[in-house]
Write a protein that binds this ligand. Structure first.
Ligand code: FEO
Ligand code: CA
Ligand code: CA
Length: 743
């Protein structure tokens, strides 16, 4: 085994805990699937026209007509849009490519100073002050326009703005350290230098930074009083129904009202009152809990298991095991073992204070970030708002990004009053602390239901596998509540968004691959997750839904607070060269992609959708990318019988699954706009109010490098070039003629 393989093996052990399946619930049983397969074979009309197909959907025919009625006016607006750029070719070059006639420039990379008195980042691991530098692994972000007075939010503000940027993790390779990380990985039992832990903790979280319009583009204003970091140590309040729950009591906050830090800030959301919602995704692997089951209650053990905090983990980064310099509870808090006689004496509950949506006011550094517990706790991918309508509840959609996890939505108890648009965090208290959390059930007939996660739901109140103490327990253990309610296991829900043109809700399902628990391997296929595709890559066969898909739905009567919906699959990722039962959307060289992850609807150009990839299955042909799309509407395609070859769950027999699809994706409505440098993912996008500038994040270029210090083993040197260590970065993209992006 070469040194390089050895290094990657260790890291892979660390990383692979992240998107593991911890869903052992019986939702979607094998019997149900067999019944479904039989029904499907009997019921499907081959070569049906879309009208006949719609008729087969029963309720859906009326629905299609209904959609056309609802979207009559706005669909017209959407069809007036045209993608005006030439598609970017697939590439494995170590460079970022945008279409001819566009310019991309690096705006803010890992370690770049946020203040004018901070020295330039040396990028050799010797800078230790991430509290005043951009964090690592840039992820979701949002543009908050500034008012003319320069003291608050104005969505249309274009001269000055604050960018809120998530920093999901700190590079596993340890590029931020002089010689890579010391005693890293769950196999290690040695202490880690506190100085390394401090740096990693500070590289997580959120950056708030001011950008100023200069000519047709934006520059960082390093003198702005708004520039700051929120990190994995920043004090946060816990708000909403779980505040003061005994399950949140720690030595830091015996009453369960506070915690320190936000972690794994992946996707995001934003509110109609100008605050930022950062979401805590893969936090479970940070906590240490060794040989602790015997002294924990059955409830605690069940909750730990369901959230992936095993009895053998030392935590991805070993943050709890600092050397003598780190002998304080700032480090000990990452150890969730029971060491005291009461929860108020240790950090046994610390993991319950992560996995939330965290509200931050970008314009008010003195406002404490609030963990909004009413929106539930899971690997919280994002929190995407439906349009706020006066007099109606506010609605936010979320995904839980792990294999076989669920889709959620939160409906506020309070009804939207536009006068709250300037109330900052006080509006958050009003709308985000009380409401109903739902999990989605995608039925095989193209309909769906939202299942309330409350103790009023008998399936939850009477759940045999876990006795919920109260609504706080339901929200803290939302995954278990969704198991009880009967939600549908999905192929790793990543980003979502609401089409401003017609209210359709989109959600990327990035992939579901595992030789032991992936889709079609142990988890049955279903209409909403209908594809199994074994893909040979290198020496291994990847089993499951390898290339992912994008599902979408329309809420009943266009009402986002409704409890039923109709869905179809907007797009299936695939190689253009794949056979028809794999390349179901008819992708071509201009738009083929794999593993959709980021997804965002432009607000400046209603109807324009961006799709970003985080892929490991097509990377022999192309680096990750971003595509521009002009989607139609739910129900604009037809029913489709998918033949899946040699499905393991079905004894390696072929299995047919009926699904519902949107229209095929010709290059006129889906086209590749950007290809990133090597071993990156493209994630996070926002725009100027006039749509002439977009900001895009490039995360972890060179993540498959064989060394953190030997440049000959780096797979990327982006963005600095030469022998430089690779860095994540925000890129600003403009069109050379000053026009709107993409159209
Ligand atoms: Fe952090 Fe689900 O991507
Ligand atoms: Ca992601
Ligand atoms: Ca991803």
């Amino acid at each position: 085994m070469t040194k390089k393989q050895d290094f990657r093996t260790i890291l892979n052990k660390v990383i692979n805990t992240e998107d593991e399946s911890h869903n052992t619930s019986s939702n979607d049983s094998f019997d149900q699937v067999m019944a479904r397969a039989r029904l499907g074979r009997r019921g499907f009309l081959k070569g049906s026209s879309s009208l006949a197909a719609a008729a087969m959907l029963g309720t859906s025919l009326a629905f299609v007509a209904d959609s056309a009625k609802q979207t009559g006016k706005t669909a017209q607006a959407a069809t007036n849009l045209r993608l005006s750029f030439n598609p970017v070719a697939k590439s494995i070059a170590d460079t970022l490519t945008v279409p001819e006639g566009y310019t991309a420039r690096v705006l803010l990379a890992t370690g770049d100073p946020l203040k004018s008195n901070v020295t330039p980042y040396k990028n050799d691991g010797t800078d230790n002050d991430f509290e005043v530098r951009a964090g690592d692994h840039h992820d979701a972000m949002h543009y908050f326009g500034m008012n003319r007075a320069g003291n608050g939010w104005d969505a249309s503000g274009s001269d000055r703005a604050l960018l809120a940027i998530n920093h999901e993790v700190c590079e596993d390779l340890g590029f931020v350290h002089p010689n890579g990380p010391t005693n890293y990985g769950s196999e290690s039992t040695e202490a880690r230098p506190a100085i390394e832990i401090d740096k990693e903790v500070a590289a997580h979280g959120v950056t708030i930074v001011e950008v100023v319009k200069q000519g047709s583009t934006y520059q960082i204003n390093r003198d702005s009083r708004y520039n700051r970091r929120v990190t994995a140590t920043t004090p946060c309040q816990i708000s909403g129904p779980a505040r003061r729950s005994p399950l949140l009591a720690t030595a830091f906050s015996p009453s369960g009202e506070r915690t320190r830090g936000t972690l794994n800030n992946c996707a995001n959301g934003y509110t109609p009152w100008g605050t930022y919602l950062t979401c805590e995704e893969n936090w479970a692997g940070y906590f240490n809990r060794r040989e602790d089951d015997a002294v924990r209650t059955a409830q605690e053990v069940a909750a730990f298991k369901r959230y992936g905090i095993g009895n053998e983990t030392s935590g991805r980064y070993n943050w709890s095991r600092a050397d003598a310099a780190g002998n304080t509870d700032l480090y000990q808090r990452w150890d969730v073992s029971k060491t005291g006689s009461r929860p108020q004496q240790d950090f046994r509950n610390a993991a319950n204070t992560f996995g939330w949506v965290v509200e931050i006011d970008p314009f008010n550094a003195s406002a404490t970030p609030q963990k909004r517990t009413a929106i539930g706790r899971f690997a919280h991918e994002g929190c995407w708002p439906a349009a706020a309508v006066a007099g109606q509840p506010l609605v936010f959609y979320s995904g839980d990004d792990a294999r076989n996890e669920y889709t959620y939505k939160f409906v506020s108890a309070a009804r939207w009053d536009p006068r709250d648009a300037n109330r900052g965090m006080a509006a958050g208290d009003k709308y985000l602390d009380a409401g109903t959390l739902y999990a989605a059930k995608f039925n095989d007939d193209g309909t769906g239901e939202w299942l309330p996660l409350t103790l009023d739901n008998p399936a939850i109140a009477n759940y045999a596998d876990y006795a919920f103490a109260d609504q706080a327990d339901v929200l803290i253990n939302a995954r278990i509540a969704a198991d009880a309610a009967g939600a549908t296991k999905m192929d790793r829900p990543e980003w979502g968004g609401v089409n401003p043109v017609n209210g359709d809700v989109y959600l990327t399902l990035t992939n579901n691959v595992s030789s032991s628990s992936g889709r079609g391997v142990k988890t049955p296929l279903n209409a909403a997750n209908p594809r199994y595709y074994a893909d040979a890559k290198g020496e291994t066969i990847n089993k499951g839904n390898v290339n992912g898909h994008v599902i979408r739905w329309r809420e009943a009567e266009g009402n986002h607070a409704a409890t039923s919906f109709n869905w179809d699959v907007y797009l299936f990722g695939a190689k253009a060269s794949a056979e028809a039962d794999v390349n179901l959307s008819g992708l071509t060289d201009e738009n083929d992609f794999s593993s959709p992850d980021g997804l965002w609807f432009s607000e400046a150009v209603p109807g324009l959708l961006w799709v970003q990839t985080d892929d490991g299955y097509y990377t022999d042909t192309t680096n990750c990318m971003m595509l521009a799309a002009l989607p139609g509407t739910v129900g604009d395609g037809e029913a489709k019988m998918v033949t899946n070859k040699a499905v393991p769950i079905n004894s390696d027999a072929d299995q047919q699954v009926k699904t519902y699809m949107g229209q095929a994706a010709s290059p006129t409505v889906l086209s590749r706009f950007l290809v990133g440098p090597r071993d990156c993912e493209i994630t996070g996008i926002t725009e100027s109010p006039d749509g002439t500038v977009i900001f895009v994040n490039v995360q972890h270029p060179g993540e498959n490098s064989g060394s953190a210090t030997d440049p000959t083993q780096f797979t990327s040197h982006w963005p600095d070039g030469g022998n430089a260590r690779p860095r994540s970065a925000t890129v600003v993209i403009t069109r050379n003629d000053g026009g709107k992006i993409a159209i």
